[in-house]
Design a protein around this ligand. Structure first.
Ligand code: NAP
Length: 316
């Protein structure tokens, strides 16, 4: 079992990754910016992520660092390009520099938004071509890991579904990406409110959804096996928003008659282009990690079990 530091563990995906790695017996330490409070479930350490020396001390004795922290504020990264660059690329450079000194392997989570969205089922070796600054920042961060880390890998994820492990306020609303889409629909229909699935050529409309706990399981396998290069942590099924909505009704036993299809509200649009089809092929990844990509029905069953129990349910 490995000693793994996790950045971004107070966030949605990072918290689930920390939970799954700990459940699988790894020794997890969450590198946080401030005291996360008495209910935070995993060991943590406050680290100044602007200081490579501080990161080096935090990574001392660790086998790996799962790096998920980002400046997750689309409007701010556009308003202040330098802050955006530092919140992605600069931060990744410092994590990688520290990991190289201590010998830790770097497991970096990237995004399906590195692609332009005009293809379909992008394989791991397909050249990225981001259409917005977020995608540029993720590609630049990927290159830092691929070319500067002594040991490590890049794992792209997209269409991530799951519960937030440490924030009780639950799922977000539907947005121009796929994240939280399923639970936004489930919450709405269970509360008796009709749900409108947005359909529009200018939002992310096709993806290969994966539950967040499976990202934790695959990341653990990548660390255990010491893999390198680019991985795709993708579900096995490419779906449109409409198809995902229907599969969700089936999996959660909801009335599909409560679901409408309509345009995106203007206030929900991002101030930048959004890739349309970001579905990814993860065949090479799954072979490397000794597992398989799971179909949407299995992903949704795992999510339903997670909602039921409050505990992450990985598939691998
Ligand atoms: N959610 C998705 O659907 C999705 C899809 C594709 C890829 N991803 C990738 O998954 C990763 C996690 O995303 P998420 O949705 O879980 O984000 P999130 O919930 O917004 O979490 C962001 C995390 O980063 C931390 N952070 C921000 N700036 C930091 C800094 N300067 N130093 C240290 N920590 C900092 C935050 O800490 P505080 O709590 O202190 O603010 C928080 O823990 C990202 O790399 C993202 O690109 C996510």
């Amino acid at each position: 079992m490995a000693r793994i530091a996790v950045t971004g563990a107070t966030g949605f995906v990072g918290g689930t990754v920390a939970a799954v790695l700990a459940d699988k017996g790894h020794e997890v330490t969450c590198l946080v910016r401030r005291d996360p409070g008495p209910d935070f479930p995993w060991p943590w350490q406050v680290v100044d992520s602007s200081d490579v020396g501080d990161l080096e001390s935090a990574l001392d004795g660790k086998d790996a660092v799962a790096h998920l922290a980002i400046l997750n504020d689309f409007a701010l990264m556009y308003a202040d390009r330098r802050a955006g660059w530092d919140g992605y690329v600069g931060l990744t450079e410092r994590v990688v520099a520290a990991a190289n000194v201590t010998g830790a392997q770097v497991a970096f989570i990237s995004s399906d938004w590195v692609f332009d969205g005009v293809g379909h089922l992008y394989p791991e070796d397909f050249p990225p071509n981001p259409v917005n600054y977020y995608g540029v920042l993720k590609v630049a961060s990927e290159l830092v890991v691929l070319h500067q880390a002594d040991r490590g890998f890049v794992a792209r994820v997209g269409g991530v579904q799951g519960l937030h492990q440490t924030k009780a306020h639950g799922p977000r609303l539907q947005d121009c990406g796929f994240g939280f889409f399923v639970l936004a629909l489930v919450d709405s229909v269970r509360a008796g409110r009709r749900f409108t699935v947005w359909e529009d050529p200018h939002i992310n409309n096709v993806a290969t959804p994966i539950v967040a706990p499976e990202i934790g399981a695959l990341l653990g396998r990548g660390i255990d096996r010491g893999v390198d290069g680019i991985l795709h942590f993708a579900g096995a099924t490419s779906v449109t928003r409409r198809e995902l909505a229907m599969a969700t009704c089936e999996a959660f036993d909801l009335d599909p008659g409560m679901v409408d299809f309509g345009p995106v509200p203007d206030e929900a649009r991002l101030p930048a282009p959004v890739p349309f089809d970001t579905s990814m092929d993860g065949s090479r990844t799954m072979a490397l990690l000794g597992t398989v990509a799971h179909p949407i029905e299995a992903q949704l069953r795992a999510l339903a079990a997670e909602v039921e129990t409050g505990r992450p349910v990985p598939l691998s």
